[in-house]
Each structure stands twice: as C-alpha cells, then as structure tokens.
Design a binder for this molecule. Structure first.
Ligand SMILES: Cc1ncc(COP(=O)(O)O)c(C=O)c1O
Length: 444
C-alpha cells in the first residue's frame, strides 16, 4: 500500500454513516492491533477505548482465538445448514447454554447483529402463528433504540436518521419513549413517576389490541441515545406487561452481551430474562462474523414436531453457524470465561467510573454518567443546573482531539462513551483518563 495514494483509494469505499468527503481528508486506516491498542498505517498508535465498536472484548491479537481459527481452517471451512451442522456449532451452542440467562435453551447462529434481530422478530411471529395466535404480528420498539439495518431491524429501530432515507418501512412497527431519566420524556422524576415509561407499553398494547401484538424489542442499556440505563424496576415491569399479554420479550444484547456490562449478559446484571436474546459483536470479539439468538424453551418447543407438522422455523442464511465463525466464538468465549473477563469488566468499570469522577467531573461539563461495567457514557452539558446542552455540541470536537492524542472514543454530539476491551488493566485506564482530560481541556 502506497501511503500517498491512501486518501484516493478510500474514495472507492462507502463506510458507515459518514460523509466520505470528510473522511478522506484524514482517513483512519487501521493496520494492526495488539491488546487494547491499535496502530494506523502511518505507525500512530491509539488506545481502542471502544473495542472497535463494542466488539473486541478479548482485545486485539488474541493468540488463543487466532490459533483456534487456523486449526479450524485446516479441518473444515464450511458446512451447509440446510442438511447438516458441524462440531464447532454444536460445541458453541452447548457452551452458550451454560452462560445465557435462565430459561433460554436453544440457539440459532448468524453472522451479524441485524440478522439476529430480524430472525428474533420473525421467530416471534411464526411462534404466535403456530400456537393459536395468528393475528399477533405487531412489533413494538422504543424511540432511540437501534436494532440493525435490514428492513425488519430498521423498522424496529427508533432513530429517524437511520430510518427516514428508507421510508416506507414495514407495516405494524410501533415505538414507545425510552427510559431517559436525565431528560424524562414525561417530565417526571423517579420514583414518583411510577415508571410511566414502562407502563406506557401496556397502554399501547391495549390500544392496539393484545391479540395483534407479537413482540417487544429492547436493548437493556440503550446505546445510541447515550447508554441509557434502566431505572430500578423498569425491566421487571416490561416483563410483567409482556407476560400479561403474551407478547414475546426480545432483548437486543448485541452491544451489552459477553461481559460488557459486568455480567455475561445485561439480563443478568438487571435480573430479568427475556424470551429471545439477540447476541453479536463480542460473541467472537470480531475475529469472525458471528451472532445469534438464544430462545426460551417454550418457544423453541413450538418448532419441534413430526415432519408433517411443518413447524420448522422457516428462516436460514447460507453462512449461519459456519465452522470458522463458531471456532472463533468458542475460543473467544473460553477466553472470556478462563481469564475471568466478566469479573474484570465489573472491577475495571468501577475503577474507570471513579477515575472519571475524580478527573473529568471537576472540568464542569458532565451532566450525567451512565452505563454499567465497561460501558460508560458521559452526557455533556453547558449548565448542570438547567441541563442546557452545548451549542454547537462538543462531542465531535472532543473525539477528534482524543484521536489526535491517541484515544478512540464513542462520538455523539452530546455525549462521549468509553467501552474498552475487557482485558484492560488499571494503568491503561489511567492512560485513557489522562488523554481524555487533556483532550477536553484542549477543546474547552
Ligand atoms: C444494539 C444493536 N443491535 C443491532 C445491531 C446490528 O448489528 P450488525 O451491525 O452486526 O448488523 C447493532 C449494531 O451496531 C447494535 O448496536
């Protein structure tokens, strides 16, 4: 690769959600990764404060995962799911069954998060259709929720900028307001609010007719609106409402899974299990495309039966459960378990929060700190009393100062987010906070 031609070459690619004319001015082209660090093609190193994008939970250059993948390639690269499976898919689903929240017993494996959320919605619809509730088809999501980019996933998503270019979207997708306590959509305060933001789900189900509502999909911590953590009792209330109306509760744990929030899954952090759990990203730490859904036993049972019953899930992808991805996922999960990375996520998450309180809060611009484990967001405000936001916003400026200083952050106009690999140690967190403080001071 000739360095001088790189900006030209980047013009051939359409990258994610960004103006390519901006990107080519100063493209970040990552060549190498080791531990919590990445290196670009110019030899500049950065701390990966975002694990790629909530993906590289076991860190870069993990030799156990790399070794397992090389060995798998020597043995078998592909097995067709239409009439077979492979030992690695079986081993992975067996190991997954030991770590997922209570009641989830069966798995379907995919290559990406959107495939998982899409399949969860379809599974819920088919389940209701073949268990005596054929009218249940509506999907309720939340404004601010992100569930992927395929037509079902984007219809369930509640973020205008991700949806509006593709309207009309699918019929039967509805949304409720998110549990954003710092800026409550109902202008109430917890606990006096009596969880209006959860109760509103029941109102919507009743207004729509419970016999028409198939599922409710939610990220336990909503990433895109600023790592919104659920207030106490919120997920329990959603669970009760879904149970009362036979609505499938789907958790999108594509960001929050595999140790990110200080438990293996956020369902365990908050003690409330879903009926279907979508996983991806940290499932393979990015070494190979891998995602999946975990399915509650009663739902899975509805897809067992004699051939003439025709109750099989009518859904498949060529690459689902492919041996290479499963080998990566298996080795990744063994690393997470063997090296106690979930425990490290909890301990280092607490350490990070304390450091942020000591070093960043005194700078006077943190309105709210949210998240759990190694998933932390700081909402930035100009005035802490009135919660007035910066205008123009500071997020992007801080992220680019941090990049210049050697730290990759989550960028949003009004909040900054950190989600480093779960292998991180306290001295590396010190480094992150040093760079962040310096970057914020530069911008201020
Ligand atoms: C919460 C959530 N769900 C679903 C997805 C879609 O996953 P993928 O990009 O792997 O299709 C994402 C991706 O960022 C996500 O953050």
């Amino acid at each position: 690769m000739e360095k001088e031609n790189l900006p030209e070459q980047t013009k051939r690619l359409l990258l994610a959600y960004m103006q390519m004319s901006d990107f080519v001015k100063d493209p970040l082209i990552i060549k190498k990764g080791e531990g919590v660090r990445i290196e670009d093609v110019n030899g500049k190193t950065y701390i990966d404060g975002l694990s790629g994008i909530f993906v590289v939970n076991v860190g870069h250059g993990n030799q156990a995962v790399i070794g397992a993948m090389k060995a798998q390639l020597d043995e078998l690269a592909f097995a067709p799911v239409l009439y077979a499976t492979n030992p690695k898919a079986l081993e992975l689903s067996q190991l997954l069954s030991t770590i997922v929240p209570d009641g989830l017993t069966s798995f379907k494996l995919f290559c990406g998060g959107s495939e998982a959320t899409e399949a969860a919605i379809k599974l819920s619809r088919q389940y209701h259709r073949q268990t005596g509730n054929p009218l249940k088809y509506k999907v309720i999501g939340r404004y601010g929720g992100f569930h992927g980019v395929t037509m079902g996933a984007v219809s369930a998503t509640g973020i205008p900028i991700r949806k509006v270019p593709f309207v009309p979207l699918l019929e039967g997708f509805l949304h409720i307001a998110p549990p954003y306590c710092y800026r409550c959509p109902y202008e109430k305060e917890f606990p006096g609010c009596n969880l209006t933001c959860a109760q509103i789900l029941e109102d919507m189900i009743q207004w729509e007719g419970p016999e028409t509502v198939a599922c409710f999909i939610a990220e336990p911590i909503m990433n895109m609106p600023g790592m919104l953590t659920p207030p106490p009792g919120y997920l329990e209330r959603l669970r009760q409402i879904c149970d009362r109306h036979q609505v499938t509760l789907i958790y999108d744990e594509i960001v929050t899974g595999f140790g990110r929030t200080g438990s293996m899954f956020a369902a365990q952090t908050y003690g409330v299990s879903p009926d279907i759990l979508c996983m991806g990203k940290g499932m393979s730490s990015g070494y190979a495309p891998l995602a999946g859904i975990a399915i509650q036993e009663e739902i899975a049972k509805a897809f067992w039966g004699p051939a003439e019953a025709k109750v099989e899930f009518s859904h498949a992808h060529t690459y689902e459960g492919n041996p290479l991805s499963c080998a990566a996922g298996l080795a990744n999960l063994r690393e997470i378990l063997g090296r106690k990375l979930v425990e490290n996520s909890k301990a280092m998450g607490e350490y990070l929060r304390k450091k942020l309180q000591d070093r960043i809060f005194p700078l006077g611009l943190v309105g709210d700190m949210r998240g759990s484990g190694l998933m932390v967001a700081l909402e930035l405000v100009k005035d802490k009393k009135t919660r007035e936001r910066f205008d123009p916003p500071l997020g992007r400026k801080i992220a680019s100062a941090a990049r210049k200083n050697g730290l990759i952050l989550r960028i949003d106009p009004h909040w900054i987010g950190l989600a480093p690999p779960l292998i991180i140690c306290s001295s590396e967190i010190d480094e992150i906070v040093d760079i962040l403080e310096r970057s914020i001071r530069e911008v201020l």
